[in-house]
Design a protein around this ligand. Structure first.
Ligand SMILES: [Zn+2]
Length: 462
């Protein structure tokens, strides 16, 4: 492994075009992989992808498209593979994967991929996040890379040339047009942007924070960056450290406009975040609840990613506690005032009480139901928020304010720095350990009974 890392360092230092040129430096290393992504036809949103596989002694290497989570799967056009002497290799497809029969030889494979979607109002907008524009491009790994099913060395080299003026910014470290993706498992969540993005950088709590922003706004880049920096700094301090060494925020105008659709939203993956905001958004809104989207998605670095829910039955907590802390963080960082929080919480409570499923479905069951149903989503998020708030209050009262829910999350994160799966029992035991209080009965009442009495009381009288 050390030898391989030394070779990687060499590759970065030479920054040559195409990783195949430096193969000599890598002989005897573990099997490794690299990709080159080149713009083929911007008018058709078409890019060419070439992958190179070295040192794989298996007779075959399977490739699959990443699961975009409800969106469309990558379709590799004109997929072909050749060994290093240019001889074509057989590729078989079994409906799930493409298998390159390399017979132990090094090889390259190539295909084209179209990065446009027809209807941005479909759920695909969540699945497919790439964009080819006149002056800039946004590339999302899962839209682009066929992923090998074979084990490879850490450090996958990805060279990107989109032909735009301006540097490349990515989730991972990059030099010139080259990104080093830590592992095969990280390829799908790799975000890279190039072209007309303005970059702001800062060191925050031992991590590198980078904002790549494009488009015209009613606020300055620095204003947005200041808010992002405060949220990031505060959330890292809540957990003591970040699971990632670098955080990239990409901010762009949301292409989806019109009534009934999102004016702003964020998507989080592997420490990076894509923020699609309404270009008409006033600067004053930076100090209002729209910034909860930043706080929310960033909080998922811990609650959701490092601490993963065991399954749908614990989503009420993963989303509910994240909604709750996204607002608490805005209060603590001074982005919103305490009374704005109270108003927002009261709005959530009213919407929860008006939910059409209130009497029939418990909060803890919502994520097992049809989440394309707006009412069901609201039941999960609004109910989860109220339940998390009530849990925090219970924990705080049981310890005279000495312990709060965030201390429980932090202790779980500190105990499992490499990541862990959590569920209600793990949470219950962690709370008992820190407070002596068993929250089991409270959780049963809040999230497993229908229309719990204690969430129906007005906040104002409590
Ligand atoms: Zn969320």
């Amino acid at each position: 492994m050390k030898r391989f890392l030394a070779a990687i360092t060499y590759l970065i230092a030479t920054a040559s075009a195409g990783c195949g040129l430096n193969v000599a430096a890598l002989t005897e290393a573990d099997p490794f992989l690299c990709y080159t992504v080149v713009m083929k036809d911007p008018a058709l949103d078409l890019v060419s992808v070439t992958g190179s596989v070295y040192g794989s002694l298996d007779g075959k290497v399977p490739f699959t498209a990443a699961n975009p989570g409800g969106g469309r799967l990558l379709e590799p056009l004109g997929l072909a593979a050749r060994d290093l002497s240019g001889r074509p290799l057989e590729i078989t497809a079994d409906g799930v994967s493409w298998i390159v029969r390399n017979e132990g030889r090094d090889f390259t494979f190539s295909y084209d991929v179209v990065l446009s979607i027809g209807d941005r109002y479909t759920p695909e907008i969540r699945g497919m996040l790439s964009m080819i524009g006149a002056d800039r491009s946004r590339l999302m790994g899962r839209d682009i890379f066929l992923l090998p099913g074979t084990l490879f060395s850490e450090g996958i080299l990805v060279d990107i040339d989109t032909g735009h003026e301006g540097g490349l910014h990515s989730t991972w470290e990059c030099t010139g047009g080259r990104i080093i993706v830590p592992e095969v498992a990280d390829l799908a969540s790799t975000l890279a942007v190039s072209g007309a993005y303005r970059e702001l950088e800062a060191e925050v709590s031992g991590t590198r924070l980078s904002l790549a922003i494009a488009g015209e706004w009613l606020f300055t880049d620095e204003d947005l960056f200041r808010v992002v920096r405060e949220v990031v700094s505060l959330e890292i301090s809540m957990f003591g450290s970040s699971p990632h060494g670098k955080h990239l925020f990409v901010c762009e105008p949301n292409p989806v406009r019109g009534p009934g659709v999102f004016d702003y939203y964020g998507v989080h993956f592997a420490g990076s975040m894509l923020l699609l905001l309404d270009p008409a958004m006033d600067g004053s809104l930076l100090f209002d609840t729209p910034m909860a989207v930043v706080a929310h998605e960033f909080f998922h670095n811990w609650n959701g990613e490092a601490l993963q829910p065991s399954d749908e039955s614990f989503m009420w907590f993963t989303e509910g506690a994240t909604v709750y802390y996204s607002y608490r963080v805005l209060v603590d960082s001074g982005v919103i005032a305490g009374d704005q929080y109270e108003r927002q919480a009261e709005n959530i409570r009213r919407r929860y009480l008006d939910n059409p499923y209130l009497a029939d479905i418990a909060i803890g069951e919502a994520a097992n139901r049809d989440l394309s149903d707006r009412g069901m989503v609201n039941l999960l998020y609004d109910g989860g928020f109220l339940a998390a708030e009530a849990l925090d209050r219970e924990i705080s009262e049981a310890t005279s304010g000495r312990v709060s829910l965030i201390d429980v999350l932090r202790s779980l994160y500190e105990r499992h720095p490499g990541g862990a799966t959590i569920d209600e029992e793990v949470l219950r035991l962690a709370v008992i350990e820190l407070t002596g209080r068993d929250i089991g009965p409270l959780v049963s009442e809040l999230v497993h009974s229908k229309a719990p009495e204690m969430l129906s009381a007005s906040r104002l009288s409590s």
